[in-house]
Structures are given as C-alpha cells and as structure tokens.
Design a protein around this ligand. Structure first.
Ligand SMILES: Cc1cc2nc3c(=O)[nH]c(=O)nc-3n(C[C@H](O)[C@H](O)[C@H](O)COP(=O)(O)O)c2cc1C
Length: 328
C-alpha cells in the first residue's frame, strides 16, 4: 500500500507511531520501524539532550529502518531547553522530526538546513495551514477523539481530516482514533496519506508501559476517558480515573495552575507507566481504547492492519463498485 507518505519517508506501510511521553523509547520505536511502519522516539522522555543522544545511538543498534524523533512544544512547569534537544536531533543526523504543540517556526531553519522532513501535528485545519505556510513537509491532524492534547475546538476526525485535506497541498496524516484496518481504509478514503497511532501502539508487547496499563486499555470502553485541564486551555484526554475526576472537580471549583500542577506532574505520570498503579497519577489514553482487545507484537499489529485494510478494499469496496479487483 504505497502512498505519498510511504514514498516520502521510505517506509513500507502508511502507518506511524506518534510521539508518546514516557512510552516512545528505543524498544518500541525499533519494533515499529522493523515492522515496516515509522517509529517515533520522544525527545522529552529523555531527561537531558545528552540522554537523547544516547537513546538515538541505542535505537540505531536496534534498527536500520527509518525512524522519527518527536519534539513537543507545550506549556510545562519547568522550562525545557528545546534548542539543545533540537541540536542533538540535527547533530545525530535524524532524518524525520515530528513536531507538536506550539508553532515550530523558530526551529524550522535549523531542521530544514539539515534536510530533515518535518511532520507537524496539530488539532485544527487553521493550524495545519499555518504549518504548511512555515514550510513543514506534512501535517498530522489529531481529531478530538485522540489521546493527549486535543486542542480546544473539539472537532472529530471525520470532519477534521477531510477539512485539512481540502485546504492543504502537502500530505495529511490522519491521527486520533485509529487502531485497525477499518480505520486505515477510512483515513485513506478521507484523503489522508496514512495514519498516526498512539494508544494502539502503547498496548503492544514491545511498549514499555506496565502490563496493568495495557490490561486497563484492553478492559476499558471508549467512554472511559476524561478531558482534564480544559479550564487552563491545555485540554488533555486521559484515562477516566478517580484522580482525573478529582482534577475536573478542582477545575470546576476554579482551581489555579499552581493548585492543579502537582497533581498532573510528569514524574507521577512516569511512575504510572513504570509501576502500573493506574490511580497513582494521570496517564494518557484515547477513546480508541474501546476498540482494543489484545496486546500483540508491533509486527503482528502492523501486518494485521495492512491485511485487513487490503481485504476491506478488495473484498468489500471493490465489490460495491461491481468491478473485480483482479486484473487478468
Ligand atoms: C501515552 C501517550 C503519550 C503521548 N505523548 C505525546 C507527546 O509527548 N507528544 C505528542 O506530540 N503527542 C503525544 N501523544 C499523542 C500521540 O502521539 C498521538 O497523536 C495520539 O495518541 C493519537 O491518538 P490515538 O491515541 O487515538 O491513536 C501521546 C499519546 C499517548 C497515548
């Protein structure tokens, strides 16, 4: 299944594993890339730019396939040395960068001078257009159903994806709510060049998330997510836990960022993924968990998605047209 995405990135299948804080480490990224999709290392999961350099080197011992590095620009409690992380990415000769959050324009000259393909992830068609104007190569568009930062406009993928495709001339990647071949075919039908998945890849054998988290994803329904930090205009879709509910209650009562901050601290989230206490901190997950029923290897998952997508096109869609998919 070749699209503008596979051709531009030199990958086999039009599937990306998006950046995931605490989860996007070398083991998962290598497994995704070795499966013929695109794995993405998450820069800020590494405590320092130097640690990112080591992680990129470690990753290179595990795969010789293309991979990306995610750099997320979002409000943080502690200032982040973004330039230093970016310089490590450039120095290490990384070829693909996924940016997310705020406008990446300050970093574009350095990234483009190094010949890096930049995929910017955003949540509105307006931001996607802006990203195109500042010279990114592709846009990942995250619908409201996505895990993590949903933006503030709440437009689901079914509208957002074709809206972005109609407005942009660069390739659009559909993100948020994808887990299987049905989703991939739907994304292609909406005009996207491929899919970006977070939650589905978090729930694989090679994902570093604790088994309790993976099992919670398998057990949870699509209704089991919550939107926190809306009052701070930093909305984030996370697992619907008692802790998430208590944060929403604090927000309703008018709590300030100083009061909420300690509850959502990254260090606590990290412990959840490492130790598996699902109530020990906030953890990120998308509505698509309702469609996830197993914990496959990345190779099994990618193969299954592609096989299912091809079979839907050949067995169902081609038949609907009354034409055969087989040309003799
Ligand atoms: C555990 C987790 C952590 C995430 N952390 C980040 C992040 O640091 N930066 C980022 O750009 N996106 C992050 N995301 C979002 C994903 O890259 C992707 O856009 C999103 O998961 C797509 O929605 P889906 O989960 O329905 O596939 C995260 C997602 C998950 C599940």
């Amino acid at each position: 299944m070749q699209t503008a995405l596979t051709k531009k990135l030199g990958i086999e299948h039009p599937i990306i594993q998006g950046g995931m804080q605490w989860i996007g480490r070398a083991e998962l990224v290598a497994a995704v890339s070795n499966a013929g999709a695109l794995g993405t290392l998450t820069a800020l999961t590494q405590p320092t730019p130097e640690a990112l350099r080591d992680e990129i080197e470690r990753l290179r011992t595990m795969t010789d396939r293309p991979f990306a590095v995610n750099l997320t620009f979002l409000p943080t409690l502690k200032p982040v040395p973004y330039e230093a992380y970016r310089d490590v990415i450039v120095d290490c000769g990384v070829k693909i960068v996924e940016t997310a959050g705020n406008n990446p324009s300050a970093h574009m000259p350095a990234l483009k001078a190094a010949g890096i393909t930049v995929i910017h992830k955003c949540t509105t068609a307006r931001h996607a257009l802006k990203a195109q104007q500042i010279g990114v190569d592709m846009v990942s568009i995250d619908g409201f159903e996505c895990a993590g930062h949903t933006g503030e406009e709440d437009i689901p993928g079914l509208i957002l994806i074709p809206s972005a495709v109609s407005k942009l001339s660069i390739p659009v990647i559909a993100s948020g709510g994808f887990s299987d071949g049905r989703g991939l075919v739907a994304a292609l039908a909406l005009g996207a060049e491929g899919i970006n998945m977070g939650t589905r890849f978090m729930c694989t054998q090679e994902s570093p998330a604790h088994l309790n988290i993976k099992q919670a994803i398998v057990d949870n329904a699509e209704t089991d997510t919550a939107l926190i930090l809306r009052s701070l205009r930093n909305s984030s879709r996370v697992a619907r836990t008692q802790l998430a509910q208590s944060i929403i209650d604090m927000e309703k009562a008018g709590a300030t960022i100083q009061e909420i901050g300690p509850k959502v601290a990254g260090a606590k989230g990290r412990k959840v993924y490492e130790e598996g206490d699902v109530e020990g901190g906030i953890w990120t997950v998308g509505m698509v968990q309702g469609l996830i029923n197993d914990i496959p290897t990345c190779a099994e998952l990618v193969r299954r998605i592609v096989d299912e997508a091809e079979s839907i096109i050949e067995q169902r869609l081609m038949k609907l047209t009354g034409r055969s998919s087989v040309t003799v």
